[in-house]
Design a protein around this ligand. Structure first.
Ligand SMILES: Cc1cc2nc3c(=O)[nH]c(=O)nc-3n(C[C@H](O)[C@H](O)[C@H](O)COP(=O)(O)OP(=O)(O)OC[C@H]3O[C@@H](n4cnc5c(N)ncnc54)[C@H](O)[C@@H]3O)c2cc1C
Length: 444
């Protein structure tokens, strides 16, 4: 068996590769945190001959804004490029993942969300239509307003099960309600996304503030007061993010905020800022007014993205696979989640907590030595058991990839596995799309 890397510079070449039905893993910007790109040769099991690693990031790209404001983009376009392009047209994105270098087509595959999910909801709901290349290399169109179609008898019970998770960013399995859902969150196991039409909004001015709080390990009351206060202001507050005091160790001295304190950031539409400041922030009983500061937009993005990137790099250097969570729970269970993390933080391993605070969706990360890894993994397994009990979502935005397959098993019953197998037969009869993914038997 050998791994062969192929880079595609044209859609025609990609289509020819697909026609040959070669078993392949397709990737874009390689920012996925659930695919260990530096260890693919050992963690992408394959024993049946050549396996292709296919780079889609060099595909030609183009963007266009339609009269109704929707963005149509094709090929290798990143969120950052789309944001800059849209701003030049007086528009803005409704989805803003922390890693702006990721590609939008890949974001469809992972059902990515991000910071602005707080204000605008999920990206999967903003996709109006998309195109993909199927197993014969033919380009197909899917429209949001069409129903999800399959002859599988597992669809109805699957959709019934999905209702439990309807309000979450992503459930433990893809949505499969609208035609476009075939490609959303299926992680490249049904075909290759080539083109996307996505809703945008008129550009608006934004004001960024950060609030300094006591460490969550010692007192979560001020955090919960903010959490409750922002919930009914999603029309004005686009995102509500947290970096805990431990995250500050990953920043340069002049970037650090507070002194051994947690930081909650709010991205607020400037037109509503005064109202939010006076009626929400100044009314907080557990937060002093002097703990609220304005911050420049680029500084916010730099700091917010800098922390997970630095952790990622540190783990690679230490030679350990990232042990981080991506759980979202309901507002009612948020205190339980924080309490669990408090217990997880007490085992004597370095850690930090950050993420999409307003959506009760946090990333708790251990930074273990090799010797400490097993102990951390045990704790994390307990967390996934709890999240199952709480009817929360274990992997709300980063997907399952290879690293989370072990943990997702308990969340998939016969309806889920049955539908995955039927869809694989229908859309991937040669098992050429990411055959080690969560929709196949080997992924289970
Ligand atoms: C610092 C940091 C912050 C992050 N923040 C967020 C966040 O806020 N929200 C979020 O959702 N994610 C976040 N992520 C995770 C990651 O950025 C997303 O999963 C992103 O969608 C991956 O895009 P990519 O271009 O890097 O894809 P890749 O890593 O190259 O691929 C990811 C998956 O998509 C499949 N794929 C790629 N391209 C295609 C295609 N054209 N057609 C079909 N399948 C395809 C691949 O097979 C793979 O399974 C973050 C990651 C990092 C490192």
């Amino acid at each position: 068996m050998s791994f062969i890397t192929k880079t595609f510079y044209s859609f025609e070449d990609l289509s020819s590769h697909l026609k040959a039905h070669q078993p392949s893993f397709y990737f874009s910007s390689k920012t996925s945190t659930v695919i260990p790109y530096d260890k693919l040769d050992t963690l992408l099991p394959w024993s049946k001959g050549d396996f292709f690693l296919c780079d889609l990031s060099k595909l030609p790209h183009k963007m266009e804004v339609k009269e109704n404001g929707n963005l149509v983009m094709r090929g290798g376009v990143s969120w950052e490029e789309a944001k800059i392009f849209l701003r030049s047209k007086g528009r803005n994105l409704k989805t803003s993942p922390t890693e702006q270098l990721a590609l939008i087509t890949a974001g469809i595959a992972t059902s990515c969300t991000g910071e602005r999910c707080f204000g605008f909801g999920t990206m999967r709901s903003q996709v109006v239509s998309l195109k993909y290349l199927d197993f014969n290399g033919e380009e197909k169109d899917l429209k949001r307003n069409d129903e999800f179609k399959t002859s599988s008898t597992n669809l109805k019970p699957y959709q019934q099960d999905f209702k439990t998770y309807q309000t979450f960013k992503n459930a433990p399995y893809p949505r499969f309600e609208q035609a476009t859902d075939l490609m959303i969150g299926t992680e490249g196991q049904m075909g290759i996304v080539t083109e996307v039409e996505i809703e945008t909004v008129e550009n608006f001015d934004l004001t960024y503030v950060f609030i300094l709080l006591p460490k969550w390990e010692e007192n979560i009351e001020p955090h919960m007061e903010i959490f409750k206060s922002v919930q009914t202001h999603r029309n004005a507050i686009m995102s509500c993010e947290i970096l805990d005091s431990n995250c500050m160790n990953y920043l340069k001295p002049d970037e650090k905020l507070g002194s051994n304190q947690d930081v909650i950031f709010l991205e607020v539409k400037t037109e509503h800022f005064e109202d939010i400041y006076e009626n929400i922030l100044c009314q907080l009983k557990l937060i002093d007014n002097n703990s609220i500061f304005e911050i420049a937009e680029n500084k916010f993005h730099h700091i917010r993205a800098g922390v997970p990137r630095a952790i990622f790099e540190e783990n690679s250097k230490m030679g350990v696979v990232k042990i981080g969570t991506d759980c979202q729970v309901s507002g009612e269970k948020f205190t339980d989640l924080l309490k669990f993390y408090r217990e997880a933080a007490s085992i004597g391993v370095r850690y930090c907590l950050f993420g999409h605070f307003g959506d009760a969706h946090l990333h708790f990360n251990y930074m273990p030595t090799k010797e400490q890894s097993a102990q951390c993994l045990e704790k994390i397994q307990r967390l996934y058991d709890k999240v199952l009990e709480w009817k929360g979502s274990p992997f709300a935005e980063h997907g399952i990839g290879l690293l989370k397959q072990k943990y997702i098993k308990k969340y998939h019953g016969s309806h889920q596995l049955g539908l995955f197998l039927d869809l694989k037969k229908e859309h991937d009869p040669y098992n050429q799309f990411f055959p080690q993914g969560f929709m196949t038997q080997s992924g289970h």
